[in-house]
Ligand binder design. Structure first.
Ligand code: 26Q
Length: 821
């Protein structure tokens, strides 16, 4: 057929070498002898991309033909991580490429390391989106990811004297070989202005938006290759560009500089990722980002993805818009606006379609993290959308008054519009009213959503609420991140586990196999050496692979309780240096931290300062004989996670019960053979249930106990008064021992813990210390420890994001996989 493109690239070493050199010469314009590592990397990336291209075009063609039901995953963040390795794995080119490059005297590892990861997300939520689109592609489910192409991703973290200093993440500077810009397909996105009444052709009086300004949204397409299945889905990220239309007048008036300024204003919209991942500030630019990508995505889907002449009454049969948290929720009034204002539909028809197209995933339990937009701001930026939201709310409140005629208090509680402290739109409520389903991200979290955060709604809409426990992609976080373990697993049970992670259960009997355990330990040690090499090269840091690797990596947040971990470390140090504990009896440990703090979150930044200060003191103190050390590599990101997690013995998941929605790092550790020390929180609950109590170090208050304690009045100072080792640890920090005697430096942390301690670190201190003693005892028996580690892997199959996707499909989307042609 005519439209069938270009021949498949020859999948041989020679074929690859030819393609690679061609890219180097004709794409980069250099010959091999003069090519920089970056030239080679870019040529390499483009070569691999070419191998995937036929499959991509074929996937798109088939989708156009079949018009199967799709998922549109709307997310303000996609934390993709490096692309090269994943593309090589998915396309099955690893061996050919390795051999081809080495025949040219090039080391594949060097090229891998030249890639700057696209950090277009903050943490868990953004990485989850990346795992999900990987799984959907691998499972042959039609999906488009829609998001934002930030020019600057999550900031680069540096430490200056141990304090976090942020640098812009200029990830595009050296080229961006994985994206396909389509400026010709740009769509206009409007903002501001007013709403007017007018008489339509049919004589009906209608309302319409008269925007005040607009920008262009330029799509950049990324390949999302499935694992060895020939499918390549699409991720479409939008970039803002000035339209020129409005500044022409200024231009003509002769104010050239002003005209150019207007452009940079428009282009600010996708300039930078907001680095806060909770307690969002109601920043206008953030709302602009949200509407910008959502409006462009809906328009793109309706005008370009759907076939010409598609009857939008059938939209719910063709698409599920999955809302990744409330960030894209403005899509709901946008679809209403399109149907009512642009297509001229009746309100009720439009609502009937709109209320079948969206589903909402909630990722938090912290009340302060729930997004609300003040109506004055929203009305200024999106006046017609505000009207539509009011009308949705009016209808909803009328419905509620029918159901609860004598309970006006409840009706007001459930209003989409909050009246206090300012009149504002509660985006989670809007999503719940309009969505077909609302899901939490782990069993406990979904239960708490039903029982607390959205309790009124779960009573009113009992069938809307469901759970889908998060998962992680085994391709990136086991197969690629841990090649040694992957080899051992494949040797034992074959390679089917990569796409069917439940097969890991086949490893269970091998927990009893001494030779298998020996090799498992050998691999863990190898992975420790691997991270030690990376840290030595990166930072000049020395870590001892012959120690227990105790790892806590995640965003810095009070509720995650990095300070609790720190109190454990300081307490050990205090006991040793005061002579109450013999260093010879202490299990040698390397404590590893990785954490970025939101730049405006001052207490979090102080905690980073304290971790580094404690680390410096401990690492330099000869009294510890090198048996305890702290490493805190700056700029923890997906790339670093991929070498750090496989080296871990102990996974720290110590959030206050009821605060961590799920966690996904916990799953990555489990699948790489670390044991968890953790609270009864988020997905830890499910991890422990699956692996069994004997192989998990549980500690701390449960969620109901937390609630009780807080209701009765929590007094952290009482724990300080009554627990001597806690007191000594806190006193040591307060004394200036880690700040050259300056007591003022860490005073805010100490006094926060003593007088506020919102997340009950002091209440859980002793339980945590006791659990760490159990860890030491278990670690002292390497055979038993390894048994547990093997069982963690064998029982971790549930945490594949493939399983999460099956759950979304069964419970929410009802989108059958589309088998390859
Ligand atoms: C919102 C408005 C304005 C500015 C920023 C934000 C914003 C950005 C990112 C709010 C929240 C986030 C990210 C939240 C997040 O990552 N949550 C985590 O999601 C994971 C995946 O479900 C869970 O495993 C974690 O428990 C949860 O904390």
């Amino acid at each position: 057929e005519n439209s069938t493109p270009i021949a498949t690239r020859e999948r041989t070493v020679d074929g690859f070498v030819r393609e690679f050199l061609r890219e180097l010469n004709f794409g980069q314009g250099v010959d091999l002898s003069r090519a920089s590592v970056n030239d080679q990397y870019l040529a390499m990336a483009r070569t691999v991309r070419h191998y995937l291209m036929v499959r991509w075009l074929e996937t798109l063609r088939r989708q156009g033909e079949l018009q199967a039901k799709s998922v549109a995953y709307l997310s303000a963040e996609f934390l993709l991580g490096r692309q090269l390795d994943n593309a090589l794995l998915a396309s099955g080119l690893e061996d050919i490429v390795e051999e081809g490059l080495s025949s040219l005297g090039i080391d594949l590892a060097t090229l891998r390391d030249a890639e700057v990861e696209p950090g277009l997300g903050n943490g868990g939520l953004g990485r989850l989106a990346a795992c999900f689109i990987d799984s959907l592609a691998t499972m042959n489910v039609p999906c488009i990811g829609y998001g934002i192409r930030y020019e600057y991703g999550i900031f680069q973290q540096t430490f200056v004297d141990g304090w976090q200093v942020e640098k812009p993440d200029d990830w595009l500077a050296l080229g961006s070989p994985w994206e396909f810009p389509h400026p010709e397909a740009a769509v206009r996105v409007n903002f501001g202005g007013s709403v007017e009444q007018y008489q339509a052709d049919d004589g009906v009086v209608r309302r319409r938006w008269v925007p005040g300004w607009s920008v262009l949204a330029v799509p950049y397409n990324y390949m999302v290759p499935g694992f060895e299945n020939g499918r390549v889905n699409t991720l479409r990220l939008w970039s803002a560009q000035a339209t020129h239309a409005f500044d022409l007048a200024i231009f003509n008036s002769g104010d050239y500089a002003e005209a150019v300024r207007a452009q940079t204003f428009a282009e600010n919209i996708t300039k930078v990722l907001y680095p806060e991942d909770s307690t969002p500030q109601g920043k206008e630019l953030r709302l602009q980002q949200q509407y910008f990508f959502v409006a462009a995505s809906l328009k793109n889907f309706i005008d370009e993805v759907l076939p010409e002449g598609f009857d939008l009454h059938n939209l719910p049969d063709r698409i599920n818009f999955q809302l990744n948290d409330t960030h894209p929720v403005i899509a709901i009034p946008e679809l209403m606006r399109i149907l009512v204002d642009e297509k001229g539909w009746d309100w009720d028809d439009a609502w009937s379609v709109t209320s079948k197209c969206f589903a909402y995933t909630c990722h938090t339990l912290l009340p302060e993290a729930l997004e609300v937009w003040p109506v004055d701001l929203l009305g200024r930026l999106l006046p017609r959308h505000l009207e539509i939201i009011y009308r949705i709310n009016d209808a909803f409140l009328a419905e509620l008054r029918q159901e609860y005629p004598d309970d006006e208090l409840r009706v007001r509680r459930m209003s989409i519009i909050a009246e206090y402290p300012v009149r504002a739109v509660r985006m989670a409520y809007l999503a719940t009213v309009a969505g077909t389903k609302v899901n939490g991200v782990a069993e406990l979290h979904s239960q708490l959503l039903r029982d607390k955060v959205l309790n009124d709604f779960s009573e009113y809409y009992p069938d809307k609420f469901t759970n889908v426990t998060n998962g992680v992609t085994p391709r990136r976080f086991v197969r690629l991140a841990n090649p040694a373990l992957s080899g051992l697993i494949t040797e034992a049970i074959g390679d089917g586990w990569v796409t069917d992670l439940d097969k890991l259960s086949g490893l269970e009997p091998l927990a009893e196999d001494a030779e298998f355990r020996r090799r498992f330990r050998e691999i863990k040690l190898h992975n420790k050496h691997r991270i030690a090499d990376v840290l030595a090269t990166r930072d000049g840091t020395v870590v001892n692979p012959d120690t227990m690797f105790d790892v806590m990596v995640k965003r810095l947040h009070e509720y995650k309780r990095q300070t609790l971990k720190l109190l454990h470390i300081v307490s050990l140090y205090e006991q040793v240096t005061s002579g109450r504990l013999d260093i010879g009896s202490v299990t040698p440990r390397t404590f590893a931290f990785g954490a970025k703090a939101a730049p405006g979150y001052l207490l979090a930044k102080q905690i980073i300062g304290l971790i580094n200060a404690v680390g410096r003191t401990i690492n330099e103190d000869p009294a510890l004989e090198g048996r305890l050390s702290v490493v805190f590599p700056a700029n923890y990101n997906v790339t670093l996670a991929e070498t750090l997690i496989p080296a871990a013995d102990l996974s720290e998941q110590i959030s206050l019960a009821g605060k961590e929605a799920s966690g996904t790092g916990n799953m990555k550790f489990m699948l790489n053979g670390a044991l968890t020390i953790g609270t009864d929180d988020g997905a830890n609950v499910e991890i422990r249930r699956l692996v069994g109590d004997e192989h998990f170090f549980l500690f701390g208050l449960t969620e109901p106990e937390v609630e009780q304690l807080v209701d009765r009045g929590y007094h952290p100072s009482a724990y300080y008064e009554t627990n001597a080792s806690l007191r000594r640890a806190l006193d040591l920090i307060a004394s200036g021992a880690f700040s050259n005697g300056d007591r003022a430096v860490f005073e805010p942390i100490v006094s926060n813990l003593l007088h506020e301690d919102r997340f009950l670190a002091l209440a859980d201190f002793q339980a945590y210390i006791d659990a760490q003693a159990r860890v030491d005892a278990a670690y002292a028996d390497p055979e038993q420890w390894t048994r547990s580690a093997v069982l963690n892997v064998a029982r971790g199959g549930f945490f594949s994001s493939d399983r999460s996707m099956r759950d979304y499909i069964d419970r929410i989307w009802h989108t059958p996989p589309v088998p390859p042609a």
